[in-house]
Structures are given as C-alpha cells and as structure tokens.
Design a protein around this ligand. Structure first.
Ligand SMILES: *Cc1c(COP(=O)(O)O)cnc(C)c1O
Length: 355
C-alpha cells in the first residue's frame, strides 16, 4: 500500500532525494567510497558545500554581505547562539508558541527580553497583532511558522529594529526579504533535509557587535571565517540538503513551493470547514500552510482514535496532533504531494459518509 507521510519533523522528502542520498551512502559519485567515509575537506566533498551555499543564496535571493552557514545542534541550539551573538542589552521577542517560548527562555540568560505580545491566552491559536517593538532593542525575534499550533506569519513583519527569525518549519516555502534580517535560522528536518544540520543566513556586519566573549564553537564569526568547516560539519545532511534544494529549484523555486503550499492547504482547510465532524484549531487568517491542525467537533470527540485508524488503513501516516493541541495535524512541507492531501481529504469525506 502506498504510504502518505504527514509527519511534522523529521518529515517527508522527495523520493528521488532519498534515493540519491542512499546511493551516495554506498558509493559517492563513483569514487568507490561512501560519502560517510571521506574527508569533509576532500576535493569530492568541497563542491557539495559550495553548491549548497549557492543554492540557498539563489533560492532566497540572499544579498551581498550575508553568509550562509551549515551547523550542527538543531534549531534549539540557535535559541542560545542567537542571543549569545546578537543580544547586547535588550531584545524583543514575539511569543507564539512552544518554540518561541524556548527561544525566550534562553535569551533571558543574556540580557533583557521584552515579550512584545503573546497568544498564550488562547492556546497559541492566533498570531498577535498591533504590538509595539522597542526601538532600542538589538533585534526582534519571531517564529515564522508555529509547527505545533498551526499558525504562520508569511510576511516579514514591520519592525524598527532588525529581524531574527526561526524559520525551521517554513523556510524555502516562500520568498523572504533577507535584507531586513540579521539572522535567519532553520533546523533542516522539516523543509530542507534530514535531521542533523541547521541552515543559517547571517549578516556579516552584525556579528561581533556584542561585548561578551563568545566560545569559538558558539561564535557565528568562527563559522563564517571557517566556511562551516571550523569542525567536521554534518556531511550527509548537507548533501541531502543540496539534493533537496536542487529539487526545489527544478520545481519553480520558492515561488513554485508557495503556489503548491497554497493549493495543498486550500484542499485541506476547505474540507475541514465543510465537514461537520471537524474544525480547525487556528484562527482563519493566521492558519499555517505547513501544519494544518484540526480536531473533531465536541459531539464527535470520541471518534478521534477511530478516524486515526480509518486514515491509517488508507496509508495516511503521522496525522496525530501534538499533545498540546490534540486532534490532528497534517504537515505539508515542500515535498508533500497533492495526491497525499487529496487522499486525506477523501478519507475525511468517507469517514463522515460512513456515520
Ligand atoms: C522543530 C522546531 C524546532 C526545534 O528543532 P530541533 O532541531 O529539534 O532543535 C525549533 N523551532 C521550530 C519552529 C520547529 O518547528
């Protein structure tokens, strides 16, 4: 049976990207060795890193004066590394959910953190609006897509200070005005590659402006100067990122990804809104195109496990919602197919008809 993978992360990658990764794990470019067993400084690997950097720059239209880095540690590492490198006195943070809260917690260790707004009052089901950002903050940090709660801010917000964003779960799904950012970061396992590497875009001029000493490995400048080779980078995840970004480019770049994302999300949200059994959990205008969260209406609540089983019989995997929202979450990152989304919408229709 064909499987439709809706996992929230690690998540679906294009089949051809996984096949090419698997092949390189056995014999890399016909060199007779695995990509896992050659030096990251070898003549074979160097072009991989170079091409991956070039693809990030091309796809997101990264201007001069910015560096692209590939670092280990997961997005959670950047919750600490960002304030270490950019917070001198005060930073502004938008609290839109679990990941934003974790970023705030780390930043508090480095200076004053102003939480400009929070949607905690309604279980993070919306994106706060009409907040004001202090103009003496070093930066404004926000999470573009709230993976757990299914809300998303798909436009770069207005801010009197430079932006820093956690784009872990929607990077490369839309164009971004990189000029407005000091730093963009993303763990790879949602929209870029397998787990194990972070993609970062940092503004060179904004580095080394804080007065505290920074341990080498945590200092972004170390990695800018070392070209992501200060120590051994996660070579296989970088290789997979290269293959996946080639795939993004071949499928219309971020504009193409954005069109597909709208198309997929429309199919699912239309069905959620039409179907008497289900309702969406996020406020309509803030709904994520990437993580589509929904629950069963009160009177059908006890049917949630039945629906999970019903969907599983149709090959639908990974739609159980995060425990803090419950219900269901259909993650539709770049590699998600229209046929998977149609299969899920159809199973919702069929389940309703069966009652
Ligand atoms: C998954 C996720 C993280 C955490 O990523 P790790 O790589 O597990 O540290 C952070 N932010 C967002 C928005 C996420 O979706």
């Amino acid at each position: 049976m064909e499987k439709f993978n809706f996992n929230a992360g690690p998540s679906k990658l294009p089949r051809e990207v996984m096949e090419a990764t698997a092949a390189a794990c056995l014999d890399f470019n016909g060199c007779g060795l695995s990509i896992m067993e050659i030096s990251h400084r070898s003549a074979q690997f160097k072009p991989v890193l170079e091409e991956t950097v070039a693809l990030v720059k091309e796809l997101l239209d990264v201007p001069e004066g910015y560096s692209v880095l590939f670092l280990g540690g997961g997005a959670s590492m950047e919750f600490c590394r960002v304030p270490y490198n950019f917070l001198e006195k005060k930073a502004a943070y938008l609290n839109t959910g679990t990941w934003a809260k974790k970023a705030i917690k780390e930043a508090r260790m480095f200076g004053e953190v102003v939480e400009v707004a929070s949607s905690a009052d309604q279980n993070y089901s919306y994106i706060p609006k009409n907040y004001s950002i202090p103009s003496d903050a070093d930066y404004f940090h926000y999470t573009t897509n709230n993976t757990i709660y299914g809300t998303e801010l798909r436009t770069d917000p207005e801010s009197p200070v430079p932006l820093i964003a956690d784009m872990s779960s929607d990077i490369f799904s839309r164009p971004v005005d990189v000029r407005r950012y000091h730093c963009i970061y993303a763990g790879a396992q949602k929209n870029v590659s397998m787990a194990g590497v972070n993609v970062l875009i940092v503004k060179d001029e904004a580095l080394e402006q804080v007065s505290r000493p920074i341990p080498s490995i945590l200092n972004y400048m170390t990695h800018v100067q070392g070209g992501s080779m200060f120590n051994t980078p996660p070579v296989v995840p970088i290789y997979t990122a290269m293959l996946n970004l080639r795939w993004v480019k071949a499928h219309g770049g971020v504009a193409g990804m954005e069109r597909n994302a709208h198309e997929r999300a429309n199919i699912l949200y239309d069905e959620i809104d039409r179907n008497r059994l289900f309702k969406g959990t996020a406020r309509s205008e803030d709904r994520s195109l990437m993580n589509i969260c929904f629950v069963m209406n009160e009177e059908y609540k006890d049917l949630e496990t039945d629906f999970l089983a019903f969907a599983a019989e149709r090959g639908i995997e990974g739609i159980k919602g995060h425990r803090s929202v419950g219900g269901f979450r259909a993650s539709c990152y770049n590699a998600q197919t229209m046929s998977a989304v149609q299969a899920l919408a159809q199973s919702m229709k069929d389940f309703e008809a069966k009652l």
